[in-house]
Every structure is written in C-alpha cells, then in structure tokens.
Design a protein around this ligand. Structure first.
Ligand code: CA
Length: 369
C-alpha cells in the first residue's frame, strides 16, 4: 500500500466510523451518553395558514418558500404545510388562528389587524411611508423587528418579515376619479391605514381577502379595489372587472408580508430550527420582492395592450391623501400611547433615510416627499 493509499484508507475508516456513530445516535434516542447527539434534530410537523389564494405564486409563494427551505435545511425533519386562505381559517383570521394555537404559524400582513392594534400597520406599510428598501432597513437595522416583536408579545406571537411586494399600484376603478370629489361615496376594497385615509376622503371602505375581490368588483358590490400590482392583479382578473388602473399606490410604497408564529410553539423548537426558520424567512423576503420586480413590467404591458387605461392620481387627491395620512397618525398618537411610541420611532427613522437621494433614482411610481 502506498502512502497515499494508506492515507485514503485512514480517511475512509474515519468517515465510516463517523457514519456509524450517526446511525447509532439516530437509533438510540434514549441514550444518555454525552458523546451521542440525542434529540438534537427531532421530527416536527407544523401547519401554516395564509391570507392568500394558491393561484398567486408571488405572495403565496412567499409562504411556500419558507416551508420548502425549512424542510431542505433540516434534511426533511421540520415539515411545514402551507394552506390557502379559507382552507383552515378565513384569510383575515390568520393572527387569531396563530394566537389561539389552531395552527403553529401563518403568512399574512400585519395591517389586516389594525382593528386589534393600529400600530400593527407599520409592520406592513403605511400611506406615504417607506419603500421596500427602506422598510427592510427599518426592520433589520432600524429597530423595526424589535418594535414588532414587542407589539406581537401581547398576542403570544413572534413575527419575521417574509416577503415584500415593492411599490404597489393605486387600484382599479370602474369609472374615472378625476378629483377628490369623485371619491365621495365610492365603495372601495382597501385595507390598513390606507383604508382609514380613503375613508377620511369620503370613500366607503371595504376589507376583503385577495381571493374575494374579483367577484365583488365584477358584480358591482364595490366600485373600486386595490390588491398589489400588475402581475397579481391580472392573475386575479381585476382588469376584466374594471378599466381604469391608477398609480401610484400611495398607501403601500413597499409592503412587507410576514410569518407569525405562536410564541409557545416557537420556544419549543431547537435553537437550530429557529435559526433555520429565520434564514428561510429572510430568503422569502428577498425572493418575493425580486419576483415581483421581475414580473410586473411585462404584465403591465399586457394589461395596457388589453385595454386597461393607466392613469395617475390627480395632484389634489395626492395632496389631500398625504395631509390626511399624517393627520391620521397624529390623531392615533394622541389617543394611543403605543401607537405614539411606534409612530415616533418609525417617523424619526423615515426622516433620516428619506434624506438619502439614493432612494429616488428609479422611483417614478413613488410620491416624492
Ligand atoms: Ca395592496
């Protein structure tokens, strides 16, 4: 045997030895031997409810990415099954299902739950708020994640951003809205604080999950609706129910979607699975935004070719909306100490990052501040 061959044989023996130990460890789950890794990688099965129909591969895709990547990174030991809105619970009851332990986790948007706590809006997006890039900066390096964790502690939930839509469109209207007075009495599907601002401009606001918008708009139960942007909106068929497509979506310049996890279930996970889960959420956060940015342009061209009329909001609507938005924040802050604390922290951050001209280079769908 040559020296090289001997070395290979030694390496092979070591590898075999290591493999044998792993097999023994896997078989002998009751052993107390400190050299044997017991219960380090348990089999875990979870269910994830979502606010989305499965047809939306972008946004439901964010939930799917988290589940797929957690499974892959744990060698198939941690399995999470994602469910569409309505399969286990309705799309706007994800938080409740996670809080009460019906399921271990959910993929949703915090602003669906502003009725429980208006400050939750900041976790998704607020009118004239942060772009996707700024929103991620707030979450990861501007105190946002800690802020949301504090808010969700009241619900026995921990959350992580797991998707972003980028700048959204301003919604579909059955007839033109040329000025502020045309909004008066209009029935529109629009959630979050954007809905509150629209309400202050005279709009009759409705909140429906994504999968229910088309029928309501098509049948005339509502006059207008917003969802996300060209790719998703076309998939939902909103262009077949209304012709006028407005921009910008001033209420959602960069909406974050999130994973909510029941905190008691989270604490039962091995640290390794928690770290894997957080990494998968971060991957979904980047992947969803990249996917939207890559797909929206082509869909917008197709919509216009199909007869959709693309129209900017008039300056008087934008100015009134911006004024109403900040008046709404001040009013909420005067009534609610938690909102005040979150708003002030967020607003200081917003003012700092908004000074950077970098963010405006390609932001022609955004309203300048
Ligand atoms: Ca939206």
């Amino acid at each position: 045997m040559t020296t090289t061959m001997k070395r290979r044989q030694i390496v092979k023996n070591i590898a075999l030895g290591a493999g044998t130990t792993t097999v023994l460890a896997a078989c002998d789950r009751t052993s107390n031997s400190p050299s044997v890794q017991t219960n380090q990688s348990p089999n875990v099965r979870w269910r994830m409810v979502t606010s989305w129909p499965k047809s939306l591969d972008t946004i439901f895709g964010g939930a799917q990415t988290v589940c797929d990547r957690v499974k892959e990174m744990t060698g198939g030991r941690f399995n999470i099954e994602p469910y569409a809105a309505g399969e286990i619970v309705p799309g706007l009851e994800v938080l409740d299902a996670v809080q009460n332990g019906t399921v271990q986790c959910g993929h949703t948007a915090s602003y669906y739950y502003v009725g429980k706590n208006p400050a939750l809006a900041f976790g998704t997006s607020v009118p004239f708020g942060l772009t996707a890039q700024q929103q991620n900066a707030w979450y990861y390096h501007g105190g946002g994640l800690e802020t949301m964790h504090e808010l969700y502690a009241d619900f026995n939930i921990i959350s992580f951003p797991a998707g972003n839509s980028g700048a959204q469109m301003g919604g579909w209207f059955k007839r033109e809205v040329k000025s502020k007075s045309d909004l008066n009495g209009l029935k529109m599907r629009i959630p979050g604080l954007g809905g509150k601002v629209m309400a202050s401009l005279g709009v009759n606001v409705q909140v429906l999950p994504g999968g229910e918008i088309f029928l309501a708009l098509d049948r005339g139960a509502i006059d207008a609706a917003e969802w996300v942007g060209p790719y998703d909106d076309k998939k939902l068929g909103l262009n077949k129910a209304a012709s006028f497509y407005y921009y910008p979506g001033w209420w959602e310049p960069g909406s974050s979607f999130e994973i909510q996890i029941n905190k008691s279930e989270w604490e039962k996970l091995p640290k390794e699975y928690q770290e894997i889960f957080k990494t998968a959420a971060m991957e979904a956060n980047l992947n969803m935004l990249s996917k939207y940015d890559a797909l929206n342009g082509k869909s917008l061209q197709e919509l216009i070719a199909g007869g959709t009329k693309l129209i900017p909001y008039s300056p008087d609507i934008l100015q009134a909306a911006q004024q109403a938005a900040f008046a709404n924040y001040e009013e909420n802050a005067s009534k609610d100490a938690t909102f005040k604390e979150v708003y002030e922290q967020w607003n200081k951050f917003r003012q700092k990052v908004s000074q950077l001209p970098l963010y405006y280079i390609s932001s022609d769908l955004l309203v300048s501040r």
